[in-house]
Every structure is written in structure tokens, then in C-alpha cells.
Design a protein around this ligand. Structure first.
Ligand code: C2E
Ligand code: MG
Ligand code: MG
Ligand code: MG
Length: 292
């Protein structure tokens, strides 16, 4: 489009683009304020084991109400990455996630692990590993409590030695690393070798059409097999139906996450979830397990 307007024409001030830039800047400003005002929240989505149907842990997902409207996490994260706020936001999310686990343990519950999604810029901070270990220490939790989720994009865009080094250091300390949305980016087998991880998360887009699209069933099976051949585990995300659950179980997938088991829960609902957990029974009767 820029070319059609002739060489040397800058379309930076295209009105639509300008409006979008201004909107993103406004979001960034509000986000900085929200961070200081402690208005950033997380929801926690449970994960279960296919082996025995038991609860194994949670994934922390950022939540922010901006003027009464929830901001979509991918937009919020993109804006935060553009202006560097992601670093402070990221530590806030670690702190909230670990504080939640601490409270659950103190209440005599068994919350398992918590997985936190991280962006490339966070992994490039010199003191990232030290600060994360410091937060574990602050909450009196062992490193095995924590899992880090990175997307393939992190390996590609930021596929430098610095990130490989950080991931290796996290793992050496006993923090598990998962490759999120696996199969949607262009990570190659070479990347898996260069960035060793503990777990592959089969992207929701494959799981969604398992029953209708034979290709997706084959891709899902292949990712699970790949994970196991390389000594890793496989998690399926976006499991919404009993049919999907059973297919994944037959393929030997290790863990399940999705609305069938539970939606991401506000922090205050997590203890009740753990107390009332009866996933295997719910799955046997095939009744939808979605919670409000
Ligand atoms: P993700 O890490 O792959 O997280 C899974 C997303 O799928 C979440 O959306 C979750 O609410 C949604 N989901 C889970 N189960 C189901 C299901 O059965 N069906 C459907 N339709 N959706 C399901 P959410 O919370 O909107 O987050 C979207 C993405 O934003 C995340 O994808 C992650 O990439 C990013 N994100 C979220 N929180 C954080 C964060 O704290 N830090 C960073 N860096 N990224 C985050
Ligand atoms: Mg994730
Ligand atoms: Mg994911
Ligand atoms: Mg995803």
C-alpha cells in the first residue's frame, strides 16, 4: 500500500493508524497507573493429569479491568512489550501467582504448581533468574512450584544465546519450562535442541478440531509422540469436550487444560475449586465442567 502511493511517501500519519497508535499509548499510560495502583489481577486455570484425573497445578493468566472493561491479555501484553512495562508487570504476575499458591498451602490444600507466561524481554533481563528465585524465597516455596511458559515466538524472535542461557539456568534451578502454543509458530526441531524444555503444550487450534479434521488429529498425535521421544511431557490446551478429552487420553497425552475441566478462576475461587475437586467423576458422566 505504501508503495502504491509512490516512493518516499510516509504513511505513518494515516488517520486510522494514528488513532490506533494513540489508543495503544493510552492503554500503556493506564497500564502504568494500574500497575502502581495494584489493579492488575490474575486468573488461575487448573490443569489435570490424564493418568488419574487429578489436579496437578494452575496456569496464571493476567487480568485487567480498564474503566470497567476487561482488556484482552494479548493486546495488553503486546502494549506492555512495546514500552518495556512487561518487565514490571511480569514480576507482579509472578508475585501474585506465588502468593496465591502460598495461601492455598497455608490453608492445607494441595495446589500443585503454577505456570507463568513470560515474554522474551523478561528473559533478557540480566537479573531475571535471581529475581524469580527471590520471589520463590519471599513466599517460602521451592522452585518446583514454578513453571515458565514461553511461546515459540520467544525462541524465534529472541532466539539468541541470552535466552537459551536463561532457560537453561531456570531449569538447572528446578523450574520447569514449557513451550506454549506449540505447532503454531515456526519452531523447528533444531530449536528444540537448542532450547531444551520440559513440556510441549499442544495449541488449542489443533485440539479444537480433533474430531472433525483428521489432519489436526494427526498433528496432535505427532506432537505428543515428539514430546515423549525427546523425553518431554505433553499438555493439551483448550480441551472443551469429552470427545477431545478421550482422544487425547488415548494418545497418551500427559495433562489437560480447558473449559471442560475449568475456566480460568478468579483468585478468590481457587480454594473452593480445590476443595470440591471431582474431575474424574465429572468426566465419566460427561457433564460439562465449565464454571461461571
Ligand atoms: P495461553 O498462554 O496459550 O493461554 C491460554 C488461553 O486460552 C487463555 O486466554 C485461556 O483463558 C484460554 N483458554 C483456556 N482454556 C480454553 C478453552 O477450553 N477454550 C477456549 N476457547 N479458550 C481457552 P487468555 O487468558 O485470554 O490469554 C491469552 C494469551 O495471552 C495467553 O495464551 C498468553 O499467550 C497471553 N497471556 C496471558 N496472560 C499472560 C501473562 O501473564 N504474561 C504473558 N507474557 N502473556 C500472557
Ligand atoms: Mg500459556
Ligand atoms: Mg497456550
Ligand atoms: Mg494459546
Amino acid at each position: 500500500q505504501a508503495k502504491a502511493r509512490g516512493r518516499g511517501t510516509l504513511c505513518l500519519f494515516d488517520p486510522a493508524m494514528k488513532a490506533e497508535l494513540e489508543e495503544r499509548r493510552a492503554i500503556a499510560d493506564d497500564l502504568a497507573v494500574a500497575l502502581l495502583a495494584d489493579e492488575i489481577e490474575i486468573a488461575l486455570q487448573p490443569k489435570t493429569s490424564f493418568k488419574d484425573g487429578r489436579h496437578t497445578g494452575f496456569e496464571a493468566l493476567v487480568r485487567w479491568q480498564r474503566g470497567g472493561e476487561p482488556v484482552p491479555p494479548p493486546l495488553m501484553i503486546a502494549v506492555a512489550e512495546e514500552n518495556g512495562l512487561i518487565v514490571a508487570l511480569g514480576y507482579r504476575i509472578f508475585d501474585l501467582a506465588l502468593a496465591t499458591i502460598r495461601n492455598l498451602v497455608d490453608a492445607g490444600l494441595a495446589p500443585g504448581s503454577v505456570a507463568v507466561n513470560v515474554a522474551a524481554m523478561q528473559l533478557r533481563q540480566d537479573d531475571f533468574v535471581t529475581r524469580v528465585l527471590g520471589l520463590l524465597d519471599k513466599h517460602g516455596l521451592p522452585p518446583a512450584t514454578l513453571e515458565i511458559e514461553v511461546t515459540e515466538h520467544v525462541l524465534l524472535d529472541g532466539g539468541d544465546d541470552c535466552i537459551a542461557h536463561t532457560l537453561a539456568a531456570l531449569r538447572a534451578h528446578g523450574i520447569r519450562v514449557s513451550l506454549d502454543d506449540f505447532g503454531t509458530g515456526y519452531a523447528s526441531l533444531t530449536h528444540l535442541k537448542r532450547f531444551p524444555v520440559d513440556c510441549l503444550k499442544v495449541d488449542r487450534s489443533f485440539v479444537r478440531d480433533i474430531a472433525r479434521e483428521p489432519d489436526n488429529a494427526i498433528l496432535t498425535r505427532t506432537i505428543i509422540t515428539l514430546a515423549h521421544s525427546l523425553g518431554m511431557e505433553a499438555v493439551a490446551e483448550g480441551v472443551e469436550s469429552v470427545a477431545q478429552y478421550q482422544f487425547l487420553e488415548e494418545q497418551g497425552c500427559d495433562y489437560a487444560q480447558g473449559y471442560l475441566i475449568a475456566r480460568p478462576l478468579p483468585r478468590r475461587e481457587v480454594a473452593a475449586y480445590l476443595r470440591g475437586f471431582t474431575a474424574p467423576a465429572r468426566l465419566r458422566t460427561g457433564s460439562p465442567a465449565a464454571r461461571p
